[in-house]
Ligand binder design. Sequence first.
Ligand SMILES: Cc1ncc(COP(=O)(O)O)c(C=O)c1O
Length: 361
Amino acid sequence: MSTFWSTRTAEISPYTPGEQPQDQKYIKLNTNENPYPPSPRVIQAIQANTNETLRLYPDPNSRKFREKIADYYRVAVDQVFAGNGSDEILAFAYSAFFNPGDPIAYPDITYSFYPVYAQLFDLHPRLVPLTDDFSIPLEKFNDPDVGIIFPNPNAPTGKLLPLNAIVSLLDRCNRKIVIVDEAYIDFGGESATELIARYPNLLVIFTLSKSRALAGLRLGYAIGHVDLIEGLNRIKNSFNSYTLDRLAIAGGVAAFEDEAWFLESRQKIMTTRQRITNNLRQIGFDVVESAANFIFIHHPAVEAQHIFTELKKRGILVRYFNLPRINNHLRVSIGTDSDMDIFFSNIRDIVNKSLSENPHD
Ligand SMILES: Cc1ncc(COP(=O)(O)O)c(C=O)c1O
């Protein structure tokens, strides 16, 4: 606390990122990073651009990267916005499409940055509770005068919504922005991008941090009607014109030139996800059916916080949220097969020890 702080600085509750320990070598299953290295073409492109041109500012419009995205999704380049990670695009979207004091609707259990931005931009959250099985009840988003944001698949549950549910939502809610955060869509879902031509209030946001294994490069993009993209650009250019640096632009372009890498690595992650889901269910865990690169798990007889602490002692990091309704769950990112084998044998051991120390009737 400092007397130099603004009221906003003093009152905000900032987002808490998952741990990025610098001391010990952990098996990191806590921040939904991709366990595989990015495409070698991305590394080559970054190396090729690591030269004297770094003295020059990058293209403020990230045109080459946006052209790649536009080709990939078969949309016009002016329907694409590029940002320094999707978190930045989310922040710009809150500012571009909401006035201070406006309501914003999102699920009660969701990506924990949404409430932080709501507080930062003086919006009033309208929380829509997930059902008991952790589905987002999209039919409860029914006020056309309230802007909406939700991830698909949802985080931290991994649960996917079918596209037809999103279509019904868009038919109902057409007077304010509807933001679909597709950070994890590549791991088993169908993108809402194909609906953009029909719904001028739909903005779909993506990241290269997960399915393209580029969390360290900070790249995201959004696709929507040209007027929405222009709105985002007005905010971006009132904040920082050069949000993507030269190396990020080069790496982002290369990432979309290696479809074989993309298809192979996401398939590996989806196969491992299925295997670990089956294994955990066999030893008594409830595992939410996931379409993401993580799973959301719960053991009926062993507390999540205990499992979290014991795993950490053994050098395995997962994510525990001490929040209402989910404080007995763990979110576990999908690692390589060998990471997941180590994870599984440790969690099995922790559960067995706990059950033998506290036997149930
Ligand atoms: C639902 C969701 N949206 C957005 C992000 C942000 O991704 P990035 O800023 O790395 O693009 C994350 C990261 O974990 C996420 O889980």
